[in-house]
Design a protein around this ligand. Structure first.
Ligand code: FAD
Length: 441
């Protein structure tokens, strides 16, 4: 089946706003079930986006979407492992996914998001979704003044036309723009994770040989205040980004993110030698305060998926898995709600406990990572029985699992989690702060 255009004057079964991994997964699966689905994506063509490293548990959703053959045939580097580097530059042994799961999921991919999102959108069309590119939603329409039932959107299309589109179920997949959560004021920032990231691409950086060529590297800076990601991409490109507290990386650094990035590279003994022969191929970009969750994932006639519901932190590359999986879970709940002719908050929100529990498992390990003096090697030496559970979370096997024994023991070693720079009351932290810095090499 391939896409059929839906008359925008008619009511669509499901209207998806946003064509990233969450929106494409949700739209494709609902369309596969035979419903009339329209997806509105504001970009004419997919553009640069951060979020380039998949984790193994994404396999199931990508398989259900019918994407695996395309990914296997793609030029995306194959990722078999993750490797951690201490602040002194000392490398852990690479953690190979095949050690715990020798099957299909022993390898995943590092993706250029402009191409990956384009593949997902084309695949959605192939499965019958009416994809409208260059269609920006300006307002979510509710049937009451302060929320109520979502009934559609007001959108502007390329060419300047503006119109209302009515829907039985509206799926917000607008990423960090989080249209519904912002409109309803239900977005809650995580006071323990007020982080910033400065990132860019390089060409000609040093890559490891063989099976390690596509590995994600996580490298601490020497004072352990920040960490870098190092993600190999096609065309000899490597994505490099530094993550640390907002105050340290942004507020205290006189507004020059490129200089901050360069200084932190020099403070990262595991990274600096890899970049000596490299050329930075685009200006640095900055994002901050990206960790939040909405108070609820569904209301009457609406559902939140992917970053529009919540985002944790980049450290374990969980974002795209959670986007794909929440799209899948929400699609199944929506299909059931439509079958029952009851797109109420109760029915649409049946997936929320599963999603929240999965996110909570990642969150525990993220808090542990940012706890001063906490060290996973030391923890696993003391509690070796938890190694497999930790590994399961790192590969993304977090849904419908009980990790309470692991978390109880983890708590004994994390006596005092220090919140990282909670914002002052009334303080505004820049939203949607993707900022290209001109003039970088
Ligand atoms: C610093 C950083 C590093 C990260 N690294 C990783 C990583 O290595 N691996 C990983 O898995 N994840 C990573 N992530 C997370 C990842 O980027 C996101 O979780 C993922 O992109 C979420 O997918 P999504 O579909 O929810 O949203 P998005 O991919 O953001 O897609 C949202 C779409 O909605 C569209 N849209 C927005 N507003 C409108 C509108 N009004 N009308 C129409 N369309 C609209 C946008 O154009 C966009 O295409 C990282 C995040 C950060 C902040």
């Amino acid at each position: 089946m391939s896409s059929k255009q839906i008359d925008p004057a008619s009511e669509v079964d499901v209207l998806v706003v946003g064509g990233g991994p969450a929106g494409c997964a949700a739209a494709t699966l609902v369309a596969q079930a035979g419903h009339r689905v329209m997806l509105l994506e504001r970009q004419e063509t997919p553009i640069f986006k951060i979020g380039e490293s998949l984790i193994p548990a994404s396999f199931e959703t990508l398989d259900r979407l019918g994407m695996i053959d395309q990914l296997r045939a793609s030029r995306f580097p194959k990722k078999y492992s993750v490797q951690f580097f201490s602040g002194s530059g000392k490398a852990s042994s690479p953690f190979y996914f095949h050690e715990t799961d020798p099957g299909d999921r022993s390898q995943t991919w590092q993706v250029l998001r402009s191409e990956f999102d384009g593949m997902l959108l084309a695949n959605a069309e192939h499965h019958g979704v009416d994809v409208r590119r260059g269609a920006a939603v300006k307002e979510i329409l509710f049937d009451g003044p302060a929320g109520g039932r979502a009934v559609g959107v007001k959108a502007s299309f390329s060419g300047g036309e503006s119109r209302k589109i009515k829907s039985r179920v509206l799926m917000d997949a607008t990423g960090q723009r989080a249209m519904i959560a912002r409109q309803l004021g239900i977005r809650q920032h995580d006071a323990c994770l007020r982080m910033a990231a400065i990132f860019t691409h390089f060409e000609g950086a040093q890559r490891d040989p063989g099976i390690d060529e596509g590995a994600t590297l996580i490298l601490q800076t020497e004072d352990n205040r920040c960490w870098f990601w190092y993600i190999p991409l096609p065309d000899d490109r490597v994505s490099v980004g530094v993550v640390g507290p907002i105050d340290y990386l942004i507020r205290d650094r006189q507004g020059n993110p490129q200089a901050t990035f360069d200084q932190e590279v020099m403070r990262c003994p595991g990274l600096a030698p890899r970049l000596t022969t490299a050329r930075q191929s685009m200006g640095v970009k900055v994002l901050n305060d990206f960790s939040y969750t909405a108070e609820r994932a569904a209301g009457d006639g609406w559902v939140l998926v992917g970053d529009a519901f919540g985002f944790l932190d980049p450290i374990y590359s969980s974002g795209m898995l959670l986007a794909l999986k929440s799209g899948e879970l929400a699609a199944d709940a929506t299909i059931a709600a439509l079958a029952a002719e009851d797109p109420s908050a109760e029915r649409l929100g049946t997936f929320e406990p599963t999603l929240r529990a999965g996110m909570a498992s990642f969150r525990q390990l993220i808090y542990a990572f940012y706890t001063p003096d906490f060290n996973f090697a030391r923890f696993l030496k003391r509690f070796p029985q938890h190694r497999l559970a930790v590994v399961d979370i790192l590969i993304g096997d977090v849904f419908d699992r009980d990790f309470s024994a692991l978390f109880e023991d983890l708590q004994t070693m994390i006596s005092s989690l220090r919140p990282a720079q909670p914002a002052q009351a009334g303080e505004t932290i820049t939203e949607e702060t993707t900022m290209a810095v001109e003039g970088a090499a």
